[in-house]
Design a protein around this ligand. Structure first.
Ligand SMILES: [Zn+2]
Length: 264
């Protein structure tokens, strides 16, 4: 039976029968891997503690007819704080669902793997019950994933007529925007002339528009330090969620977790 090696993150797991476990891994080399770990639920299993959610593992896997079979797993890194915190766990669940629904078996992406790793590390590291920071991390993740997948919204030119929206002293580069009308359908900002034909528009004020652009540009350590108001965070996540769902044609059910978090 052919075997292969994979460095991956455990994104989902469920019990199969009495003692086995099915795990869904996101790997650097092979994208999504669905595999069975035989006997993983037994007390004395060689997999004990190694296939927990969000563990980073090196594994050896054999090709199977339906499901591949994990023969060995070694832990590289554990994010032990994620599963013990309600907010952290829910944000990590959203990230898992997005990856499992947008990535496929056999297609590898080092940049997406690195993004998931960096984001989970930041979720693990931030303070417990810190929903404000966690929402910033989620917004960063969605923006950066859109960027890697080639779906960055247009901010500098009109998304319908391509006219430049800003003059020299008020440019996209200097982050000194006046705000804009944003269309999810057309994929970005809309000029004054095209507004009446653009359908549903979201009016993003100057501060919020800078924050939205920064999510696509800045590093995670800078995003978590940004002071974003609750109101703007809600607006940013609304735009990113709906933009993501519309352009990737993926329904992310766990976005509902966010509403749960907001109601607490
Ligand atoms: Zn226009």
């Amino acid at each position: 039976m052919a075997t292969y090696k994979a460095s991956s993150i455990v994104l989902k797991s469920c019990k199969l029968g009495e003692a086995d476990k099915i795990v869904r891994l996101f790997s650097i080399e092979h994208g999504i891997i669905n595999a069975v770990a035989k006997g993983a639920c037994n007390f004395k299993s060689k997999f004990s503690g190694r296939l927990e959610l969000y563990n980073v593992i090196d594994s050896e896997i054999s090709r199977g007819r339906n499901l591949d079979v994990i023969s060995q797993a070694e832990i590289i890194e554990i994010f032990q704080n994620i599963s013990s915190d309600f907010f952290k766990f829910n944000i990590a669940q959203i990230i898992s669902e997005i990856i499992l629904k947008t990535q496929s078996e056999g297609s590898s992406s080092v940049s997406i793997f690195r993004l998931v790793y960096v984001v989970l590390k930041e979720i693990n590291r931030c303070a417990f019950n810190d929903s404000t920071t966690l929402k910033k991390i989620l917004a960063f993740f969605i923006a950066k994933l859109l960027k890697i997948m080639g779906y960055v919204p247009l901010f500098e030119t009109c998304s319908i007529c391509s006219r430049k929206l800003y003059d020299k002293e008020d440019t996209y580069d200097t982050h000194n925007l006046r705000g804009f009308a944003f269309s999810i359908k057309y994929g970005g900002a809309i000029c004054d002339d095209c507004r009446r034909n653009a359908g549903k528009l979201l009016f993003v004020d100057s501060r919020c528009s800078n924050e939205l652009i920064n999510l696509f540009i800045l590093k995670i350590e800078d995003i978590v330090k940004c002071n974003i108001s609750e109101k703007n965070m809600k607006e940013l996540l609304y735009i990113l969620e709906n933009y993501f769902i519309y352009h990737t044609e993926t329904n992310i059910e766990s976005f509902n977790y966010l509403k749960k978090i907001e109601n607490i």
